[in-house]
Design a protein around this ligand. Structure first.
Ligand code: NAD
Length: 260
């Protein structure tokens, strides 16, 4: 049975074949969804277009999420192409590299605003812009990273994720009466373009499989499969949730016991 047969999904945040957004796109496609893809701008066009073609997706549109007029344009194009949609995936984040090194208190006002705008507000902006064209039974999804723990060097992005998680609850409350659900997936570390911008990522990635109960790293396929569940009717009463796809590391209070 195709879990997403008859549903249309719009995925924001495909930068390349390592992107979590691409793992999600592939999984949604595999389970029968009609797909539209959005990427950030011209530089990424040459990567996004061939990926879209490989799954027969003909809606591949740019949208710089910091620009209201580009959001309006993609809404109009999506309305033209699909009429209504069922699934919206937001897999977008950005912070200046210098904000992800050293102490958090060095975060600049400008850097704080930029990280919050791209990584947090954009989800709310997309939710508002697409609200009139999401069918009842629809699902909005974003990607977070456990925001009730501190990851050294994650800095303003950790603060942004806390705000993103709060946005998920507020949006779930707003969209609930329309029969639309809003959730997040908290992913374990995956080697992507965005992750490489975090100064401490390599160390975090290296130790993850030793620390996590399942002793396995997380893949974009794992996140994609969880996204299929949350976007499908199987999750019909799940909203305002953060689902962990992290080999169980979120509940560990100390490193696992070893022989020595
Ligand atoms: P990625 O670099 O592949 O994706 C980030 C995306 O954000 C890119 O497609 C980029 O173009 C887009 N973006 C940045 N600025 C934008 C703008 N102004 N307008 C439109 N798009 C813009 O990296 P990723 O790891 O796949 O990141 C996707 C999401 O997953 C992010 O929210 C990230 O914080 C989250 N996440 C990643 C990890 C990880 O370890 N990789 C873990 C937990 C959560």
């Amino acid at each position: 049975m195709s879990l997403l047969e008859g549903k249309t999904a719009l995925v924001f945040g495909v930068a390349n074949n390592r992107s979590i957004a691409w793992g999600i796109t592939q999984a949604l496609h595999k389970h029968g969804a009609t797909i539209g893809i959005s990427y950030a701008g011209e530089v990424l066009e040459r990567r996004a277009k061939p990926l879209a073609e490989s799954i027969g997706c003909t809606f591949v549109e740019p949208c710089d999420i910091t620009k209201d007029e580009e959001i309006e344009q993609i809404v109009a194009k999506a309305a033209d192409k699909f009429g209504q949609i069922d699934i919206l995936v937001h897999s977008i984040a950005f912070a200046n590299r210098e904000e992800l090194i050293g102490p958090y208190y060095n975060t600049s006002r400008e850097g704080f605003h930029l990280a919050m705008d791209i990584s947090v507000f954009s989800f709310t902006a997309l939710a508002k812009a697409f609200q009139p064209m999401i069918r009842p039974g629809g699902s909005l999804l974003t990607i977070t990273m456990q925001s009730d723990r501190l990851f050294p060097g994650y800095n303003v992005m950790g603060v942004a994720k806390a705000a993103l998680d709060a946005s998920v609850m507020y949006l779930a409350n707003d969209f609930g009466p329309q029969g639309i659900r809003v959730n997040a997936i908290s992913a374990g570390p995956i080697r992507t373009l965005a992750a490489m911008g975090v100064g401490t990522f390599k160390r975090m990635y290296k130790h993850f499989a030793e620390m996590a109960p399942m002793r396995q790293n997380v893949t974009t396929e794992d996140v994609g499969n969880a996204a299929v569940f949350l976007s499908s009717d199987l999750a019909s009463k799940t909203t305002g949730e953060v689902l962990f796809v992290d080999s169980g590391i979120n509940f560990m209070g100390a490193p696992p016991q070893t022989e020595d």
